[in-house]
Design a protein around this ligand. Structure first.
Ligand code: UTP
Length: 294
């Protein structure tokens, strides 16, 4: 069984749900407490043993690459001003991991974005972490999936249960439970099913562990829902060929590309922040008390 060494992080989407904030700033660079969203995601990959990251970017996203680059000028200034701790923190970011960028010239969909990484990924299984999907968990979500892969040896999609009336907003998986904890054998997958057309509430979130054959199917996939090349269509073809598992990960997921999801992430990440957690909690309690009085 080949080890999982590489992770693809697509960040080439337009971020229309978060306009106007994302007109000039990539949504992946919006801050959650003290770090941009993308840094949490790269840190999750690193903490899961990933050795190389492939960012799928587009025009206007260079701030993401710069964030993980070494900034000689800034480093010199911090050194001259004896800002040791801040210098170390910044250098830790640029030393986190090897990052390679590939371009998606047009936002033709998530499936297309992943296909752009095919030459860098090559013939080995790999992870995909969406650049705007955050997971808070004791064991990184990506690591949980790699551990399961070491048992099942096939592709895995991370899922969470959502209210039935929200299934039309997600890719939905149907499948039967397996001998592995929180794990289902995928039977059927539908991208954003119309209300009432699907019996499952298991929604795919932004973490995938994929066999390299996915690229064969992505190449053949024609534009689907919304005129985009959907990953879900290729996932279904791959699951029919080799089998696939859906894994109900341990943790809480936030869609940081959505305004409300982003606010929820800020609150929860601030509450669990080492230095800010306590004073922020006190502030939140005072806000709640005021709301209760109204
Ligand atoms: P989203 O659908 O959340 O991203 O795609 P989006 O298209 O930027 O968002 P909205 O709906 O317009 O607000 C999930 C992930 O896939 C990437 C996005 O950057 C995001 O990380 N993506 C999406 C691409 O890289 N390329 C695409 O063509 C589409």
């Amino acid at each position: 069984m080949k080890a999982i060494r590489k992770a693809v992080i697509p960040v080439a989407g337009l971020g229309t749900r978060f306009l106007p904030a994302t007109k000039a700033i990539p949504k992946e660079m919006l801050t959650i407490v003290d770090r941009p969203t993308i840094q949490y995601i790269v840190e999750e990959a690193v903490a899961s043993g990933i050795e190389e990251i492939i960012l799928v970017t587009s025009a206007g996203k260079s701030a993401i690459e710069n964030h993980f680059d070494y900034d000689f000028q800034l480093d010199t200034v911090l050194k001259d001003r004896n800002k040791i701790q801040m210098r170390e923190e910044l250098n830790n970011i640029s030393n986190l991991i090897d990052i390679i960028s590939v371009r998606q010239k047009e936002p033709l969909g998530l499936g297309h974005a992943i296909w752009m990484a095919r030459n860098v990924v090559g013939d080995e299984p790999f992870m995909v972490l969406l650049g705007d999907d955050l997971v808070m968990s004791k064991v990184p979500c990506c690591k949980q999936m790699i551990q399961l892969y070491e048992e099942v040896g096939e592709s895995i999609v991370a899922v969470q249960q959502v209210p039935m009336e929200q299934t039309h907003q997600y890719g939905i998986v149907e499948g039967l439970p397996t001998e592995y904890e929180r794990t289902y054998k995928v039977d059927r997958m539908v991208e954003k099913p119309a209300p009432g057309t699907c019996n499952s509430n298991m929604a795919i979130i932004g973490r995938y562990l994929l066999m390299p054959e996915i690229f064969e199917f992505l190449e053949k996939t024609t534009p689907g829902h919304g005129g985009e090349i959907q990953l879900t269509d290729a996932l279904l073809a791959l699951s029919n060929k080799r089998g696939m598992y859906a894994y109900e990960f341990n943790g809480k997921r936030y869609d940081a590309g959505d305004k409300l999801g982003y606010l929820k992430a800020i609150v929860d990440f601030a509450l669990s922040h080492n230095a800010l957690g306590k004073p922020f909690r006190e502030y939140l309690l005072s806000v709640c008390n005021n709301i209760a009085k109204q």
